[in-house]
Design a protein around this ligand. Structure first.
Ligand code: NI
Length: 181
């Protein structure tokens, strides 16, 4: 496995709509290797997800994972999930706002609205069909990663940039306030 270089905002690959993966190509060794490398890269940089365009590959593949963390017991765990050619549909009308960051937009956080629940239709890494409903944080990560496959980043979803913060300032001025609410 290899740790891949992460594309940063300004690289055109992040603004392209990624190519769908033909179903027959999912189980090919090249695709499987790319998936393994994306997982390795996500874990190396402590991301909760990585989409293929973020590693300079314009294909509709993303990986997600949130491990349980002793210091953040309240963060919901997401077991490793590989999605290929995902299609998301909102479930209900409800939206929620929360902080997001992105490996391709380093050192920033911003409050981003998302659908509270989404239906995910996709292929898994063995080419199996997947159809599930995700809620809350899981739904948020799915929307963030699927956006990458459509040439969008979370900044495009923010209502305004008044909350956009550098990491150090975010820790200093926002995290404590959030915790007090
Ligand atoms: Ni991202």
């Amino acid at each position: 496995m290899a740790i891949l270089k992460v594309a940063r905002l300004g690289h055109p690959v992040l603004r392209r709509v990624a190519d769908p993966v033909p179903a027959g190509e999912i189980t090919r060794p090249e695709t499987q290797r790319l998936i393994d490398d994306m997982v390795e890269t996500m874990r190396e940089y402590n991301g909760v997800g990585v989409a293929a365009p973020q590693v300079h590959v314009s294909r509709q593949i993303a990986v997600l994972e949130v491990e349980s963390h002793p210091r953040y017991p309240d963060v919901p765990r997401i077991p490793l999930l590989v999605i290929v050619n995902p299609v998301l549909t909102p479930v209900g009308e409800e939206t929620a706002t929360d902080w997001e960051g992105c490996l391709s937009v380093p050192d920033l956080r911003g409050v981003t609205p998302r659908w509270s629940a989404v239906r995910l239709e996709a292929y898994g890494r063995k080419g199996e069909r997947m159809d599930l409903v995700a809620k809350e944080f899981f739904a948020r990560v799915l929307q963030h990663e699927t956006d990458h496959l459509n040439g969008k980043v979370y900044l495009d979803r923010m209502r305004d940039f008044s909350t956009l913060s550098h990491l150090t300032e975010w820790m200093r001025h926002w995290v404590r306030n959030e915790a007090e609410e």
